[in-house]
Unconditional design. Structure first.
Length: 672
């Protein structure tokens, strides 16, 4: 679908709408500009630019903020001073921040543009009101307006489907599947859906269990005997719920020297998994997301049935459901009709290819369409494939050794949205972004698939649900299995209380969570991770924006903050508050040397360059590692966020352990 550019321009030209820039820092004010083109400006770290636009109820407005070298955050407040929206897409310092507005009251709306991080370097951005028109009269039309940012020539985009009561209520495509040949996205465009694949792999395993071919409590080494005997049994059930303790394959591969745009095969992953000699934790003790587990689940299906997993899934799942455009993509050279290609934003305001050449399945690599996902969602109502027992098993939460239930079940997150029970999962590989959410009691599902890395698929799917389910949302729910845990509404917290949470918290040696305040909001910045906003739902509890993860601050009787607890899917990690580490006495030369991992069969060389300790690998750019504690360093690569050195009794460095969230304590011995 392509926007009617002429009609939109005429609507703007005849509207009494103005964009009035006003610099709130040290920059000189500029005169107001009529909204017939883009306003391009430079933004410094300490600046905030303010704009106003007059809107009336019954209108739809779309404001495009194009980042050109600075990661900005865009907030909009209504004439009463209430926050309307706060936009920061996962696209770093390049690409579009889309702002869609449907005013609740008429009057002057304020738009603020500021750097996401106060320490950012100066950069440029452009802002424009691209659409101003009456709000669509139909639900489908409102969805079209919601996707206005990607409904334009020369842009990647997205496909969406809404299924209700066993029928497709709405489906559409926006933008282009292939930018080189101007192939538009339609509801029949085939996307790589990344981790949305996991529920399909889980369904296959559950079908085998329901048929008596396996038990979910079987030891996985009964099917994959080449895996190391860790001394504790890892069951199929552990794999399904991310409680196995197995290190994640993507971090392992990258640490071993692979690039994520390499051809990565099933055989390579299995060989690397089989070399591992230690777990992240005792099986069943914690929840920690692991792609490795789902690669192994697909392998178990293949070994039990005697068929390659993609073939078995085609025969027993996709064909019976009429999912004729769906397959597990096992060979990266296979030609796929109607496929979308993957893109990311570039520094010039355009796009670049984001290459994906996976040749492995189970954790990822499902190729499908939004229309086929509607058929898949419908099967959870009918049980056409698998039957009612498999459908029941698929919504059974995982349980930890201590008896705590998880908000995760068989490749699906279990929770609620606006009081309605919801089962969902997201996916992100290269430039592909995907999200499928089901509301079983309302017999409604929404799927959104995109081929551009800056796209927030989960947010867009929820906004589509807002349109179709608004009259069914409720204000309260319970913590029952049927409803899940609802995220409460955002509240305002006294800035003096927020100041009490500002500081550093040690999640692990070398891994810090830094809490800072920006105006009336808290930001969290974990070592090696992107800064995120924390949304307050009580004076001490804050949800990580766009997730079901929350942080709880614990204070003593005097009100001083002692620690924070980070909770995800029932799993809790506690981080005590610490004083900033004084690195002035660290002798970097002590840590120089070559360090080898038997488990990865790879070497890193640590050297001092320009006053910094740097880790070097033949296939990676140099990784700067910064002192974060006694013999502990923080790395600036996502796959190497923590390094903890170990010494002999004589005080000599003998090796180091590397961690990166989903990989813990991977040993590298120092070569003599």
């Amino acid at each position: 679908m392509t926007a009617n550019v002429t009609a939109t321009a005429l609507t703007i030209a005849h509207a009494t709408v103005w964009l009035l820039p006003n610099v709130l820092a040290a920059q000189t004010d500029e005169s107001g500009l009529r909204l017939l083109g883009s306003v391009e400006r430079s933004l410094a770290p300490a600046e905030q630019h303010a704009y106003t636009v007059d809107l009336e109820t019954g209108q739809f407005a779309f404001v495009a903020v194009q980042q050109m070298g600075i990661d900005v955050r865009v907030t909009v407040t209504d004439p009463a001073g209430e926050l309307v929206t706060d936009v920061d897409s996962p696209n770093g310092s390049q690409g579009l921040e889309p702002v869609a507005l449907v005013p609740r009251i008429s009057g002057t709306y304020s738009i603020a543009v500021r750097p996401l991080m106060s320490v950012a370097e100066a950069g440029r951005y452009a802002i424009a009101l691209e659409r101003l028109e009456p709000v669509a009269s139909s639900d489908a039309g409102r969805v079209d307006q919601l996707f206005a940012a990607w409904d334009r020539p020369g842009s990647p985009g997205a496909a969406v489907v809404v299924a209700q009561n066993g029928e497709i209520a709405h489906s559409a495509g926006y933008g282009f599947a292939n930018l080189e040949y101007d192939v538009p996205i339609t509801p029949s465009t085939v996307f790589h859906v990344a981790s949305v694949s996991k529920q399909f792999t889980a369904y296959a395993i559950t079908m085998l269990a329901a048929a008596g071919q396996i038990s979910l409590d079987d030891d996985i080494r009964a099917y994959v005997p080449e895996l190391h005997d860790f001394g504790s049994t890892i069951t199929i059930r552990h794999l399904l719920h991310h409680t196995s303790g197995l290190r994640d394959q993507w971090a392992l591969l990258t640490l071993a020297g692979w690039r994520m745009d390499d051809v990565i095969t099933r055989e390579q992953i299995l060989r690397l998994i089989s070399r591992q000699r230690y777990l992240n934790f005792e099986p069943g003790a914690e929840y920690l997301y692991s792609n490795t587990g789902f690669t192994l689940l697909a392998e178990i299906v293949a070994r039990v049935t005697g068929q390659p997993f993609p073939e078995w899934a085609e025969q027993h799942m996709f064909q019976p459901l009429g999912m004729n455009s769906t397959h597990f993509h096992y060979d990266h050279e296979t030609i796929v009709p109607n496929r979308a290609y993957s893109y990311r934003s570039d520094s010039a305001g355009g796009f670049r290819k984001s290459v994906l050449s996976y040749a492995n399945v189970g954790a990822t690599s499902l190729f499908t369409t939004v229309e086929d996902l509607a058929r898949w969602a419908g099967n959870f109502e009918t049980g056409t494939v698998g039957g009612s027992e498999v459908v029941r098993m698929m919504r059974t939460r995982g349980v930890l050794n201590g008896g705590d239930s998880l908000d995760y079940a068989f490749g699906q997150a279990i929770g609620s949205y606006h009081g309605l029970r919801a089962l969902s999962h997201s996916g992100a590989d290269a430039g592909f972004r995907s999200y499928l959410i089901r509301f079983p009691h309302q017999r409604t599902s929404v799927a959104v698939l995109s081929n551009v890395a800056s796209f927030d698929a989960s947010s867009m799917a929820r906004q589509v649900a807002d349109i179709y389910l608004a009259d069914q949302f409720v204000t309260a729910t319970t913590d029952s299995e049927e409803s899940g845990a609802r995220v409460p509404a955002e509240i305002q917290v006294d800035p003096r209380v927020l100041d009490g949470y500002v500081g550093d918290y040690q999640m692990q040696p070398g891994v810090l969570v830094t809490i800072s305040r920006d105006g009336n909001r808290l930001l969290a910045d974990a070592t090696g991770r992107q800064q995120v906003r924390l949304i307050p739902t009580s004076e001490s509890r804050f949800f990580v924006e766009g997730t079901d993860v929350y942080i709880e601050f614990e204070r003593d009787a005097r009100g001083s903050t002692l620690r924070l607890a980070m909770v995800e899917a029932g799993n809790t990690l506690v981080a005590p508050r610490i004083e900033p580490f004084d690195a002035t006495g660290v002798r970097l030369a002590e840590f120089v040397g070559r360090f080898y991992s038997e488990e990865l069969a790879t070497m890193y060389t640590l050297v001092v360059e320009d006053g910094a300790l740097v880790a070097k690998h033949l296939r990676h750019d140099p990784i700067v590692v910064t002192p974060a504690g006694p013999d502990a360093f923080a790395g600036d690569a996502w796959f190497m966020t923590q390094l903890v050195f170990e010494r002999s009794d004589a005080g000599r460095i003998v090796g180091l352990r590397v961690s990166s969230g989903r990989v813990r304590n991977l040993w590298f011995g120092k070569q003599r």
